[in-house]
Each structure stands twice: as structure tokens, then as C-alpha cells.
Design a protein around this ligand. Sequence first.
Ligand code: ZN
Length: 279
Amino acid sequence: MACANWLHSPCLSHASLPSTSPRRGTDSASFRTAKSCEGWPTFSSNYRYRRPVMTVQAQAKRGSVVKKEEEIAAATPEDMQFEAPLKIVLYPDPILRAKNKRVDTFDDNLKKLVDEMFDVMYKTDGIGLSAPQVGVNVRLMVFNPIGERGEGEEIVLVNPQVTRYSKKLAPFTEGCLSFPGINADVVRPEAVKVDAQDVTGAKFSVSLTRLPARVFQHEFDHLEARNSLFDRMTGQVVDSIRSELLALEEKYEARTGLPRPESIESRKRWKAGAGFGGS
Ligand SMILES: [Zn+2]
């Protein structure tokens, strides 16, 4: 498949890839497609065939956003604990807004966590998944743009940092495993350059474009405690999914017996295309 050529770094050939889904149909998929705008690329199977990307005017201040390692707290063994099978954390759970710590220990527990993340990602029709989405607040993501076990390339990125964003922005319809049943358009840079570590702790750099760049940025937002799906959407797009978001908030209250920790009703307006590389 074409996807095999999207990642050019030999460093990734043995790595495992983030949670987004290329398939349609079920409500549980993350990074899925539904109501894409005509002519826009989506996280659908169509994207595998490299539908041309429509670019929009770059407006954002972009560049390197590398954080110094010491600015991010290191995870403790307790932070790395998880229970299999993993469960997807749903909006508006505060876990999705918690700070994510740096992974410092590259042991069998980390490999097991990665395996379990791929497992739940494939089971829920995702193509990318971040650790906070399974209740582990550390800087780890896995993805496979094909979204099928045994196909495509599995990528694991530990402690990823974006060193460069492209000036070109593109819209794309995104879904998220933490926002089941919701798909909407998000504008992001078309390409990114990333420094990261693999599951053994080896450092590498990789340039990502097209779907891998999109999936990476979505998952990276989770690591930065942003809710990818609506933090970056225009007010107009958010309005189009407002009722679905409110329904998730109501389900959270019914499920936990707790008041919703955040609400779309109190969301500040986000300027589309802004905030890359400067926040
Ligand atoms: Zn997501």
C-alpha cells in the first residue's frame, strides 16, 4: 500500500506508530470519517490513495516548540501502571486534561503497555492512540495509518517533540476514540519534523507528511493535554458538533455521578489555524 512509503526514516522500520481510524461504520472508531466536506481529505480509506490535499492560507506562528527535557516531569513506576485490557477514556474525563510525564524507563512494562495500546486501537478501529487515552498520563503514542494488524507500519513514539511545522496548512476530517461518533474538520500543518525515542529508548528524528503527519499531530495534542477534536476547531465547526459533545458530557455525569469537569458551553473561541509552534 502507498502508506508504506509515507515514513521514510529507517529508524521507524522496527518501531511500532498513534489512535485514529481509517474505516467507516462503527461508532467506536477514532480518527474516522463521516461527513467530510467535499474534496477535503479525511481519515477514511480514501486517504490511502493520496487524494490531493487542499491547502489553506498559513496564518499561524510556527517553528520549533521543543521543550527542555527538565521542563517535563519524569514518570514514576506508579505513573506507568495500567490494567489490561485497556479501556478508552472518554471526553470530558479530566485524565484527558492532565499533564503527561516523560518516559524515562524503557523496560518490559513499557513494551507491554505498547502492545496493549495497539490491541485496543485495532479493536476499536483506530489508527492512532495516545497513552492518556487509556488512562496512563505519559508521553507515548502508537499509530498505524492502515489501521489493520499485520498491515502497514506500526509506529511507536516515546517523548516526541515537534522540531518543525510546515507553513502549508490543510483541513482534514478527524475523529477521536475519546469522542465516539463525532467527526469534524480540523486545520493543521501538512508536515512535521519530530524528534522522539523508540520503545527501547533509542533517539531518532523523522519527517512526517500526509496522513502520518495528521495522525501524529492529533495524538500529540493529547500528549499536550489538548482535546484534539474541538480545541483546534473553528467556532462554526464546533457549533456543528455541539449537541454531540453535550451528549458525551451528560453520559459522563450519568456514568460517574460527578459533575462534568469541563463543558463545550464554556469553551473559549479558538482561531482556526493558530497556535502551531507557538503554544
Ligand atoms: Zn484523539
